[in-house]
Design a protein around this ligand. Sequence first.
Ligand code: TRH
Length: 409
Amino acid sequence: MTEPTAAPDSTDSTAIAAASPASAAADSTIACDLFCAVIDNFGDIGVCWRLARQLASEHGWQVRLFVDDLHAFRKLCPALDTARATQTVEGVFVEHWHEPAHAGETLRIADVVIEAFACELPPVYVAAMAERASKPVWLNLEYLSAEDWIADFHLRPSPHPRYALAKHFFFPGLGPGTGGVIKERTLDAARAEFESSPEARAAWWQRATGGPPPAAEATVISLFAYENPAIDGLLAQWRDSATPIVLLVPEGRISGALARFFGVPAFTAPVRAERGSLRAHALAFTEQRGYDPLLWASDLNFVRGEDSFVRAQWAGKPFVWHIYPQADEAHLPKLDAALAHYDRTLPEAPRAALERFWHAWNGRGTPDWTEFAAHLPAYTARAQAWRDELAQVGDLAANLAEFAKSQLK
Ligand code: TRH
């Protein structure tokens, strides 16, 4: 990508926009601007960073990623310099976005413009999009939902009220007819390599916990979650478990509950604590790629939000989802929609136990570990089958690239 050299000139957006040859998109490198406003936590930038890298590395696109919160971004990508207005990281040109008015160092309109999660594009940028000789493909990348209705709305155009522009809604989803979810081409091979290599596994445990992998009879659980009132009861059940439990907890919003349970000042790496059958390790928050091996190393993964929820499905291990809570419990139908996909083929008893456990983890009832754990073999088999089913929907980046190219023709 040609890096910007001039300051933006909002008075002459037409000339600059027109200077970007739309025809280049059809036969050479596609330029893509991806706008990300971080609402909270890491999911917004987590999804955008993954998508940006993938469009650049797998599809050869020139990606410019606008991000308003470089500090959140740096947690996932320590190579990022939070002091810089612009920089290139892993083949992606990153702009510190002072949304909503700022449109980058240079006002230049890409062939494909993605606004993530309905963030508002700079008005000057939209005006320049309308002036462009050949209109860019404009996509609103929505949040992931497993609900059925999204297949009807996926890729629907929405005309702009003032400009001759249409924006298409791109809906990630778990079922046919949706945009799918992100899956890098190399992911399965990386997982298979980790799983087949006792050395890789041992090295991971040494790095993450300072010790060797636990004995085979232990159940290894990763715990990535928001604050959750159900955790205290669950920790007590793990403490009293008949078999050993090894809990791996990346530092974050649930760490305070662990500190209270173990009576330590803070549950941050490299703290390790034991009570009864439960041994818990605080893990440092890793660079984004470092999260997958944690899922692969565990027998059960507690995940949250959007991106970790997807990674858990690709890991092919049983998982429990702490969905991002919304006002008026609007998240509960989404939780059930995901369950409906995931537990569809389970026999009645494990299915009911799974639903009870997921509901309890999301504020409806009390988690019953003994009941849930009795079905772990069934959940493990189902997780592997579900991974294959989900792969049929296709990778989100590939689906998005294919649609964009069809529009640029
Ligand atoms: O952080 P999240 O809760 O993110 C969100 C946001 O709240 C967002 O506003 C909301 O809309 C969305 O959820 C639904 O959970 P998520 O999506 O799983 O993102 C976490 C990211 O952090 C993911 O990309 C994995 C990454 N991660 C690391 O890079 N290193 C780590 O050690 C861990 C534990 C996670």
